[in-house]
Design a protein around this ligand. Structure first.
Ligand code: IVH
Length: 682
């Protein structure tokens, strides 16, 4: 069927609108219409194109979904070779670069003595270099860098990337324009991809760069289309006809006008000091940026000066990449040790051949848990990639394939605690394996004492981790209360302690005795009771006796306390070892003032017992249970004469019948929600 002129016009207008909105969204990050409006226009275009397939053009926004898989990528010869960059690894090397090119330009009379050079500054994105060829504004070819001269044709794949215009916007672009840039995966997209892979129990990617490379290398571009890739333009390879601005940053701004994404951090700096300042500022923000960068590229901004400077073998003389310290390095896994934490968690720790990474020497890295060792497929002696980013603790992210020594031993997770020999158990829904020794376990005891002494707990100045280890190893202390029985003679005899430090520590112990209820409660090290929860508990109940005597239902009334925490608290105060420790601390003189608690009206549902049955539509039964408990109600599992209300959802069975027999009040989910709302729980 042939389309009327109006239809053709409407179709063109839809394409134009969609391309414009696409640009606002993906390039300028400043959408003008809600997503729903974009989707509506796209659906309208799709419907029209289905009706008139002859009107589908390659630049239609509907043509970004990927095409039939290729057998192999075709080869592409780059008209202008794709070069690499010279690196600078410290300030001196950057100054050296600036001095060399200044001298060269001065000698050529292109720069005056003492005249600083203006540089264009951009982050060096950690992705895959790409070349995009536009003819008369239409995207004709996308290619990888390959060896710099010959790359691979990835046109189908680049067409799926929304920040790459299928047709250039506006006007004034050269009839032939080859744009160069970097394709990368923003951190959030990478995490979403790995989350999805984990859910499907597939292999996860090591880092955004590998994930971007893998996504681009797909012969089936429909797979590429499903990956949230972006492309940032950083230059022009060659152009034919027309003209371009005469500075590098001017060219990038023109590219932005024509619909390409350029980096938002791009700026200019006059002189090398300003470049160093920009490097420092961006280095400080590196972790917070939404994508990985591995340095800053400084390029002489004037294109005529660039031309004067020319090229060395494989890199331009007019640009340099000032690299950040690498965040990933490879090294050898020497051994795996198992550490036992305060709550008994058994954590495997990798002992590594020391390696300089992320600005520090790393010899240990966490392996988190048993699943992680399995996921990495780790064996002793493997070459591994270690990542240390910012202040994050170093982590083994991958095994380097093909470098495994012969007969590399498997890593055996211990079935018994390496410290106390108690069985190690893993609860069903937990990834963490725990030593079941509790405070029999010396490791757990040491950690409990370190926690007790720490600044946000009892704040015992001078009682650091090393000292606690010595005290426990030498059997001078086996519980927290023992700390207050230490004598001057015992302390002065320890390694690295003299009479003076012993005096100081005894004084600090004395001072720590006068504490507050939140500090003391936190110091006890009850599982999941952090500082904030300790404070909330203290303010709600006012005294330790009341907290120790509280039922799980009463504990649930406190902000921040859910069923799991409530259970840990009651469990803690049930154990004689713990109540004895509290009594011993008090006996030793540890004290705190009670907190005055305002008279509180009884909880609105206190004294009432509910039973939940059937399927609820709005919330899960466990959510409903937690909310009812928050209002003071008891929630029981079976209906009896003591039940006050039965909440019956869909498909309620025997409990409903029983409640009817016993004459228990029956409410539906809506009535329960009204009740929760009425008392402010919702
Ligand atoms: S300019 C002739 N600018 O770094 C100039 N490169 O070692 C060549 N890269 O493979 C590139 N961000 O893909 C330039 N803002 C940026 C860059 C950048 C990342 C990559 C580029 C190239 C490598 C050079």
């Amino acid at each position: 069927m042939s389309a009327s002129p109006q239809t053709i016009k409407h179709l063109q207008s839809l394409k134009q609108q969609l391309n414009h909105h696409n640009y606002r969204y993906y390039v300028l990050d400043d959408p003008q219409v809600p997503d729903s409006e974009y989707d509506r226009l796209l659906r309208e275009l799709q419907a029209l194109e289905q009706q008139y397939p002859q009107l589908i053009t390659p630049d239609s926004p509907t043509q970004r979904v990927g095409a039939a898989p290729l057998e192999a990528f075709a080869q592409v010869q780059h008209e202008v070779p794709m070069l690499s960059l010279e690196n600078a690894f410290d300030e001196a090397e950057l100054r050296d670069f600036n001095r060399r090119i200044s001298e060269r330009l001065i000698a050529a009379d292109a720069l005056k003595e003492d005249q600083p050079i203006e540089y264009g500054c951009e982050p060096k994105l950690d992705g895959i270099a790409v070349s995009l060829l536009y003819r008369d504004g239409l995207l004709q070819r996308g290619a990888t860098r390959g060896d710099g001269t010959t790359g691979e044709d990835i046109t189908q794949n680049v067409r799926t990337i929304h920040s790459i215009p299928l047709r250039l916007l506006g006007s004034g672009y050269p009839p032939v324009l080859e744009v160069r840039g970097e394709i990368y995966l923003p951190k959030a997209g990478f995490e979403a991809m790995n989350r999805a892979a984990r859910e499907r129990e597939e292999k996860v990617f090591v880092n955004p760069r590998n994930a971007a490379a893998g996504s681009l290398r797909q012969l089936d571009s429909r797979l590429t289309a499903a990956r949230p890739l972006e492309m940032c333009a950083y230059g022009v390879g060659w152009f034919d006809g027309g003209g371009l601005p005469d500075t590098h940053t001017g060219v990038l701004r023109a590219l932005q006008q024509w619909g390409l994404l350029i980096n938002a951090e791009m700026t200019t700096a006059v002189g090398v000091d300003a470049c160093i300042e920009f490097y420092r500022q961006l280095a400080a923000r590196r972790e917070a940026l939404p994508y990985d960068i591995d340095g800053i590229v400084f390029k002489v901004n004037s294109l005529s000066l660039q031309q004067q400077l020319g090229y060395v073998a494989r890199a331009p003389r007019w640009a340099v990449a000032y690299k950040f310290p690498a965040q990933e390095e490879s090294t050898t896994l020497l051994d795996v040790e198992f550490q036992v934490g305060r709550t008994g968690a058994v954590t495997p720790v990798a002992r590594l051949e020391p390696v300089f990474v992320g600005g520090a020497t790393v010899a240990n890295a966490t392996l988190h848990n048993r699943d992680e060792i399995e996921r990495l497929g780790l064996r002793l002696g493997d070459t591994v990639i270690v990542r240390r980013a910012g202040d994050v603790i170093p982590k083994v992210v991958a095994v380097v394939p093909g470098k495994r020594p012969k007969n590399a031993a498997a890593i055996v997770f211990p079935e018994r605690c390496p410290v106390c020999g108690s069985p190690v158990e893993t609860l069903e829904d937990e990834a963490v394996a725990r030593c079941t020794g509790g405070l029999i376990c010396e490791a757990q005891r040491k950690e409990a004492i370190k926690h007790f002494a720490s600044r946000k707990a009892m704040d015992i100045e001078g009682l650091g981790d090393k000292l606690v280890e010595q005290l426990v190893d030498q059997k001078l202390v086996s519980s927290v209360a023992d700390l207050y029985r230490l004598t001057h003679a015992q302390l002065a005899g320890l390694e690295r302690m003299g009479a003076k430090s012993a005096d100081n520590l005894l004084a600090a112990l004395e001072t720590s005795k006068a504490t507050s209820l939140p500090h003391f409660l936190f110091a006890l090290g009850i599982r999941e009771v952090g500082e904030a929860t300790a404070r909330n508990l203290a303010n709600y109940f006012g005294s330790l006796e009341k907290i120790a005597a509280a039922s799980e239902e009463q504990l649930l009334e406190v902000d921040d306390v859910g069923p799991v925490v409530a259970h840990f608290i009651t469990e803690f105060f049930c154990q004689p070892y713990n109540t004895e420790a509290v009594a011993a601390l008090r006996g030793a003189g540890v004290s705190w003032p009670d907190i005055e608690v305002a008279e509180r009206p009884p909880a609105p549902l206190a004294g009432l017992t509910f039973v939940l049955t059937g399927t609820l539509a709005i919330m899960s039964r466990s959510e409903a249970k937690a909310l009812l408990q928050q209002l003071g109600a008891k929630v029981a599992g079976t209906v009896s004469a003591k039940t006050h209300h039965l909440v019956a959802g869909e498909k309620a069975g025997s409990k409903l019948t029983k409640a009817q027999e016993l004459g228990v009040d029956i409410m539906d989910e809506a009535a329960m929600i009204d009740l929760l709302k009425q008392h402010g729980a919702l």
